[in-house]
Ligand binder design. Structure first.
Ligand code: SAH
Ligand code: DHB
Ligand code: MG
Length: 224
């Protein structure tokens, strides 16, 4: 079992079930051209987010970690023209690439990109736009994943979903002694999810063109 095989299978799946249109392809190209790291979700993962959002009839989605807006476009398509996606990005240069990618995809009236450290932006969101979200996609700095999860619980309606990317990290999350803040953060997230009574959670490990990683899914069951 090899990375080459995982990538080939991802190509097979994506070509049949999650083909990218010109806007999604252009979004990745623009990210590469601007020197953004190649760490966006894959097309089949984008389609999974879209299906999850559709299945709960999501109209309002919060994303933490925009990069070049590739996942944002999938989410914007999921909520449709009357929906809203708020996405937070700490790097102004990433946010600028995302702004152009989202506009090219025709999603700029749906998507609001907020620039800054998410933990500084989230309190403002709770006051200036207090309507609950149907879904939160957490995909920023992994050290702060527990904090983002706490905010997501506060901001998501019962019946809504919280998805966290990169919860396996090539299996490095098994290392209880790891000094890596990302690993410490994700391990703490598992502990919190395991004891959290306002949400029911699981995690799935994945292989594909981005290696061995995984995502968690939490269904919010009770109001904050
Ligand atoms: N969701 C994107 C990938 C996000 S990569 C996609 O799949 O297409 C992670 C992003 O989180 C990077 O752009 C990084 O700059 C951003 N980030 C890191 N720390 C952050 C923070 N504290 N607040 C907001 N964004 C942050
Ligand atoms: C990294 C971040 C991601 O969100 C991801 O999906 C893969 C890698 C990273 O920071 O290395
Ligand atoms: Mg990620």
């Amino acid at each position: 079992m090899s990375q080459e095989l995982w990538s080939s299978v991802d190509e097979f799946i994506c070509s049949l079930l999650a083909p990218e249109d010109a806007s999604l392809e252009a979004a990745l190209k623009a990210g590469t051209a601007a020197g953004l790291p190649p760490i966006s979700i894959t097309a089949n993962q984008g389609k999974l987010l879209m299906i999850l959002a559709h299945s709960i009839r999501a109209r309002r989605i919060l994303e933490i970690g925009t990069l070049g807006g590739y996942s944002t476009i999938w989410l914007a398509r999921a909520v449709g023209p009357a929906g809203r996606v708020v996405t937070m990005e700490i790097q102004p240069a990433h946010a600028e690439v995302a702004r152009q990618n989202v506009a090219r995809a025709g999603c700029d009236s749906i998507v609001e990109i907020q620039v800054g450290p998410a933990l500084d932006l989230l309190p403002g969101l709770a006051t200036h736009d207090p309507k609950p979200f149907d879904m939160v996609f957490i995909d920023a700095d992994k050290a702060a994943a527990p904090d983002y999860f706490a905010w997501a619980l506060r901001l998501t309606r019962p019946g809504g979903l919280i998805v966290v990317d990169n919860v396996v990290r090539e299996g490095n999350i098994l290392d209880a002694e790891s000094p890596d803040p990302s690993i410490v953060g994700i391990r703490r997230l598992y502990e919190i999810m395991s004891g959290e009574r306002r949400a029911v959670s699981t995690a799935i490990q994945t292989v594909g063109s981005k290696g061995l990683d995984g995502f968690s899914i939490s269904l919010v069951t009770a109001p904050a």
